[in-house]
Design a protein around this ligand. Structure first.
Ligand code: AMP
Ligand code: FES
Ligand code: ZN
Length: 310
């Protein structure tokens, strides 16, 4: 197969675009899709400081490299979850990547913050992944606001977005459908949250990471039963195979026609927010969810005879 643009031997087939690219033309295509997302949805404005949440996976590291190449003022943020073996491995990848490319990095250690994920798993009776997601989002927003970043960028790709949108649609979850998308505007103590890889598939971010020699953390979290929305992603892979281009059409169609309809409906809802009494993060419950988790974990840890023996 030949590259559609320059006729050199193709290295990356892209059936959904009915095309294939050589290495250089794929790089230009990737950049074009990121720029298109940024422009079309107003994700990042010139001169803004961008905090990029880095997990160590292919998506977030690719995003960081691409935004830095586009000239944005980026700083990485890694949340070290404190899970034995796996967290150190992920953190090492993030640190090595930032060192290699001369990129700024902030690391938050949940162990030092008194809320390591193994303790959340042990002492809190609810699915650890949802608590963990909440804690990560808390730190993304907190560092963005406390350290004067205007934008918080995550590595969510088109497959993540479509799988989430599909799940929200199956439940007709009007609240989530009213604001899902590549840009959540800053308001009420929340920084703007953006997803510049929303037009690129998992396969495409994987190719970008591979072709750029990015060393990534690939092991799944030992506490999760695999990646999120795996079943839905498989369904969408079949749909896309049968009818290339479905994924981006579904997502773009939602952003143009679906979301505005839900947004109008949901506009007036929601409790008023005020700063958390402990950490100042916005909350409608006096003390925010993460500070309440921390209080519960601290109390139960102190009452745990096994911990006292150590
Ligand atoms: P996930 O929900 O694990 O697919 O992650 C989605 C996005 O959240 C990633 O692309 C990262 O931008 C961000 N992220 C996930 N885990 C971490 C972490 N431990 N530290 C910083 N960012 C993270
Ligand atoms: Fe958070 Fe696994 S529980 S990444
Ligand atoms: Zn708080």
């Amino acid at each position: 197969m030949k590259c559609r643009k320059c006729k050199a031997p193709a290295e990356v087939p892209l059936p959904s675009h009915n095309t294939a690219f050589c290495r250089d033309c794929f790089a230009a295509y990737f950049t074009g899709q990121v720029e298109k997302a940024i422009r079309r949805h107003g994700l990042i404005k010139p001169g803004e400081r961008v905090l990029v949440a880095l997990s160590g996976g292919k998506d977030s590291l690719s995003l960081m490299l691409e935004l830095s190449r586009l000239g944005y003022d980026v700083t990485g943020l890694h949340v070290d979850l404190g899970i034995p073996v796996s967290s150190a491995a992920a953190r090492n990848k993030v640190e090595a990547f930032c060192r290699l490319h001369g990129l700024k990095l902030r690391v938050i250690e949940l162990e030092k913050e008194g809320l390591p994920i193994p303790d959340v798993k042990r002492y809190i009776n609810r699915p650890v992944c949802s608590a963990c997601g909440k804690i990560k989002r808390h730190w993304f927003n907190r560092i963005a606001l406390e350290e004067d970043f205007q934008v918080l960028a995550t590595g969510h790709n088109l497959d993540d977005e479509v799988a989430r949108l599909f799940a929200n649609t199956l439940r007709w979850d009007a609240g989530y459908l009213s604001d899902q998308g590549p840009c959540l505007q800053a308001e009420n103590g929340f920084a703007r949250k953006v997803k510049p890889l929303c037009r690129l598939t998992e396969f495409e971010t994987g190719c970008y990471a591979f072709l750029n020699g990015i060393e990534i953390h690939t092991a799944p979290c030992p506490y999760s039963g695999g990646a999120s929305f795996t079943g839905h992603k498989r369904l969408w892979a079949d749909l896309e195979h049968m009818s290339p281009g479905q994924k981006i059409a579904f997502y773009d169609g939602f952003l143009k026609r679906g979301r505005p309809a839900f947004a109008r409906q949901e506009q007036e809802k929601g409790d008023p927010l005020a700063p958390c009494e402990v950490c100042k993060s916005p909350t409608s419950t006096g003390i925010c969810g993460v500070c309440r988790l921390k209080i519960a974990v601290t109390e139960r840890r102190a009452a745990d005879p096994e911990r006292q023996a150590k």
